[in-house]
Design a protein around this ligand. Sequence first.
Ligand SMILES: C[S@@+](CC[C@H](N)C(=O)[O-])C[C@H]1O[C@@H](n2cnc3c(N)ncnc32)[C@H](O)[C@@H]1O
Length: 291
Amino acid sequence: MSSTDVGTTTAPVPPQSTYQHRVADYWNAEENPVNLELGRIDDLYHHHYGVGDVDRSVLEGSDPALRQERITAELHRLEHAQAELLAARLGPLSPADRVFDAGCGRGGGSVVAHLRYGCAADGVTISVKQAEFANEQARKRGIEGSVRYHCRDMLDTGFQSGAFAASWNNESTMYVELDLLFAEHARLLRRGGRYVVITGCYNDTYGRASREVSLINAHYICDIHPRSAYFRAMARNRLVPVHVQDLTAATIPYWELRRQAEHLVTGIEDTFLTAYRNGSFQYLLIAADRI
Ligand SMILES: C[S@@+](CC[C@H](N)C(=O)[O-])C[C@H]1O[C@@H](n2cnc3c(N)ncnc32)[C@H](O)[C@@H]1O
């Protein structure tokens, strides 16, 4: 190009964006007690929130150590209930089926699906530490032949087209563009395959993202989508909703308990509670068929 030409400069496109590097750094460094201490109870590591009624008796008692232990176990029970709720929507599946866990964290969701259906599972996370940790857990359980974790971009997995009977995102859609994500799920799922997502989304009827939603974005380095964006992007990518469930009321008790767990709080608890209560934020499950 001569000096008089007007054009754009093209820098080489990196395999991973600057944003994705930041997200990977976050999860490589992440060691929050709320994620690790709960998982240690039964080696099921969930990095998502919980649903269901709380046994408030865990807050009673004069022995502080016992109180902490009981609160930890109760939060884990609620998180596990959320994972089971998602897994129940993936089926029916058989041991011959293969499922894809997009943004798998330390791997709990894939283990839950495998234990429920006997199916093979491939989990994908952008964090090399998480993939190593999850593979080690699978080895310890003796299920490494069926449940495997990979450090890859869930938008571009390299897996074979049509190879999966079901796939899901459990609180990991807010890190990516939905059209790119759903195009990859539609590619990977066989015709009639099931896709499930559980996610926080901002409520379009309220308007644009509220202050609380912006604070949550900054806390986790993510970009929470509006509720409408899910349905638009699914429709554009051969994913047809069969079940939609608003889990907002079901997750509030989890957050009320967690804010009182002084040994586990991360500082974002009140923001979640305010966002849910003022209506600007919703916790949603959507199950869809791949047509
Ligand atoms: C809140 S955690 C949820 C983990 C897991 N789904 C669970 O429920 O325990 C978000 C996850 O999304 C993953 N993630 C974010 N962007 C990703 C990408 N582009 N490709 C793969 N994983 C990604 C992170 O590495 C992290 O494991």
